[in-house]
Design a protein around this ligand. Sequence first.
Ligand SMILES: *Cc1c(COP(=O)(O)O)cnc(C)c1O
Length: 489
Amino acid sequence: MAISPKPETDELARVLRTATHAAISFRQALPEGAQRPEANYAAMRRAFDRPLPEVSATDHQALIEDLAARAAPGLHATTGPRFFGWVIGASHPVGVAADWLTSAWGQNAGNHEAAPAAAAAETTAARWLLELLDLPSTCSVGFVTGATVANLVCLAAARSAVLRAAGWDVEADGLEGAPSVRVLIGDDAHTTVFLALQVLGFGHRRVTRIATDAAGRMQADLVAAALAKDSGPSIVVAQAGQINTGAFDPFASLSAAVACHPRAWLHVDGAFGLWARASHEKAHLAQGIDLADSWATDGHKWLQTPYDSGYAIVRDTEVHRRAMTAAASYLPAEAEGERDPSRYVPELSRRARGFATWAMIRALGRQGIAEMVERHCALAQRFAAALATEPGIRILNEVELNQIIVRFGTDEELEQGDTMTKEVVARLQQEGVLFAGGAQWRGRTVLRLSVISWPTTEKDVDLSAQSIIEVWREVKRRDDKQPRTDSPK
Ligand SMILES: *Cc1c(COP(=O)(O)O)cnc(C)c1O
């Protein structure tokens, strides 16, 4: 054939190199710059909004340069060293590079024939995950977008198992007319679990919310009592790593209570907390968690894989597959020793997520992951200790993991404390030395700090603590100067 691939190859190389350069300059600028976007959503709307393009672009390199330039002011420093907002990993470069290849390769990771490399990488990554998290090697793992969908997959498996034990085939016959399933869930569970329950037909209002202690831990005796009262199909949804306090539900007691029940399933939402299992030092927090029936966790939080990456882990592989496999599948069945990624997730065509996970686990290794988890927990302790020295700043949780919640002002005047805390959050975000957000905890506004980014060092934590203290002093000074008109007493 006389067709030369040259011009196209050049175009391909140009366009990919342009993206690489843009990515590198973005990442390199992060540690120095303000740890927040310069432009808000409204400004970004203006930047991106334009009429539908009618004709093909001729210069793809310019197009990618233009995309990078438009997006730049509206990008958050989530991958930077002083990002403590929400609970967000930092997209490690090795994971990003593997993810770029994933896109470039364009594999459809539905089954092992369409994507042998993708399916094989996933098979090994799944085994590594189970070893790292110290879960039974016979569990199955579905590679999904995040813990939200991981919870959905695990709870679909739970629904299938508890109903089957009651003589009902939910995959074939649906929920209408099915025996009633009781769902017991901690009062401080993550909102996305309620979404999963809602999608699965359990209703977020219909579930039984179990009271929690001061740290947000589900009270195991209440769960045991509820289970003892009713032997019908039951699902207990527990949590490893509460989003504000980092607390773990009492798994040893919960597993014991569930084991006494003939038709109960224990599911764990461990989006970030499950990674405590990867560290000898922290594993005790999750003691007994391996006795559960299913676990949801994220790669894009503590493992630092780029978005999106989550894992749905189920003890009973057959139940997992039954809940996720289309009965009328036209796809060939797997032979002995083969594994189709699509059998464990509610998707067929999808990104080959196993590559990034495989690469990240290789990059950090078992020791590196353990050290990172321990380092983040130690940094969180250091952060909390530094803040607690300042009058008027209080740490509201016991910092056993990587999460810190901080309150400013006195508690005698609840509203004043809320106002001051909001003011501190707003000023911190304005200054941009670090990024953190506000949250609500036990009816109070708090500043939430999550230490979970691989580039964060002691220096970053010290600098950030100093910045928070200075902002607080400034807020207090201004408040002292203001005449009090709103005397509540
Ligand atoms: C982040 C988080 C989720 C949701 O996970 P996504 O990855 O955002 O889908 C669920 N539960 C907990 C405890 C979380 O921290």
